[in-house]
Write a protein that binds this ligand. Structure first.
Ligand code: NAD
Ligand code: AKB
Length: 316
């Protein structure tokens, strides 16, 4: 029987839904408490409605379930954050402080908080971006992630807080819709390929970005959280590499299954965000410290995405 009691905050989002599914298998469904600011129609239980900005309710839930670990996923992503920068800063930073302070006070033992490739900026080397390099993000999302990383490392060094983090690339899955990011096109394109055999892309054809199939990201997250503490040498956030491709590459991969698929390009404000991010990531530190290894390549991911989404479409 698991001695861990896990709270996922932001459990109804793109990552939370798949993370909850996996953690429930490993730790037992009664030991994984889902929480989100919004309840879903077919909500996984146990569930608590929680606004992460409500510190009193957070404390009450942590005490009620005797929580030992928190996965903090609630945040505004890059594109949404640019539309509401003040609120994005408030949510992304104060949410993190509330959870870090619980650990500082000894109320929880371990925290997972995701960072992003958005911590890098236009002055960062863009190909195989190393773990340690120039970091001058120019989006409010990237600035909040970079500040969050600094705070995580500070709480670890000053107060011994066991906080672990990954700089996720763009994540691609078929189980839920993405929540307002710049990399969302790489999910929408599969839906549109099946529905209308054409996709109008909001990034230009050459925009290569680091991406990853969701099951790889979930496995990385759980592997990092289960690694012995002394193996987790980086307490800001780990680079994590997966696949790197541009819209033309993903369209070509889709055409191997749907030859008549076409793509058009109408870049919008998200192009500037994408242009400030790396094209590919060097993740040597994650491989060396806790044994990270990705499994899915672009064609492998395309096949599973199209297979699963077409089954989903037929059952609707
Ligand atoms: P998402 O937008 O799909 O999900 C976020 C969830 O948080 C939603 O269910 C939302 O209802 C909930 N939420 C929003 N405000 C809240 C609040 N005040 N209190 C409680 N819950 C609230 O996002 P996601 O893609 O699942 O991302 C989760 C985390 O991973 C974020 O920190 C994001 O920055 C990070 N990340 C995601 C990606 C990606 O490609 N999805 C890449 C890099 C980093
Ligand atoms: C976004 O596009 O905002 C996210 C991310 C890479 O952090 N997918």
């Amino acid at each position: 029987m698991s001695t861990e009691r896990i709270l996922i905050i932001g459990s109804n989002g793109q990552i939370g839904l798949e993370l909850a599914e996996n953690l429930r298998i490993s730790y037992g469904s009664e030991n994984v408490i889902c929480s989100d600011v919004r309840r879903m129609e077919h909500q996984i239980e146990p569930f608590e409605t929680l606004d992460i900005l409500d510190q009193t309710n957070l404390l009450a839930i942590v005490k009620k379930y005797q929580i030992t670990q928190v996965y903090l996923l609630a945040a505004l992503l890059s594109a949404t954050a640019e539309k509401n920068p003040k609120f994005a800063w408030d949510l992304n930073m104060n949410g993190l402080f509330h959870v870090l302070d619980l650990a500082k006070e000894g109320l929880i033992k371990k925290i997972y908080w995701p960072s992003s490739i958005a911590v890098f900026g236009p002055t960062t080397p863009r190909v195989l971006t190393p773990q340690y390099t120039v970091m001058e993000p120019n989006t409010i999302y990237g600035i909040s992630k970079q500040a969050g990383e600094r705070y995580c490392e500070y709480y670890n060094q000053k107060y011994g807080v066991d906080v672990r983090s990954i700089r996720y690339p763009g994540l691609i899955g078929w189980k839920s819709a993405p929540g307002g990011g710049t990399t969302d096109y790489a999910v929408h394109i599969y839906h549109e390929a099946l529905k209308s055999k054409t996709y109008d892309c909001f990034l230009n054809a050459e925009t290569a970005l680091p991406m990853m199939y969701m099951p790889d990201a979930i496995r990385a997250t759980i592997e990092l959280m289960e690694a012995p503490s002394d193996k987790v040498k980086i307490r800001s956030s780990y680079n994590l590499g997966g696949i790197s491709f541009n819209p033309e590459d993903i369209a070509a991969s889709i055409r191997k299954h749907i030859p008549e698929f076409t793509i058009t390009y109408n870049p919008d404000f998200r192009q500037a965000i994408a242009d400030s991010w790396p094209q590919s990531i060097n993740d040597d530190e994650a491989r060396k410290d806790w044994g990270w290894k990705p499994e899915f390549d672009l064609d492998g991911m395309t096949k599973v995405m199209l297979d699963n989404l077409s089954k989903q479409l037929k059952s609707q």
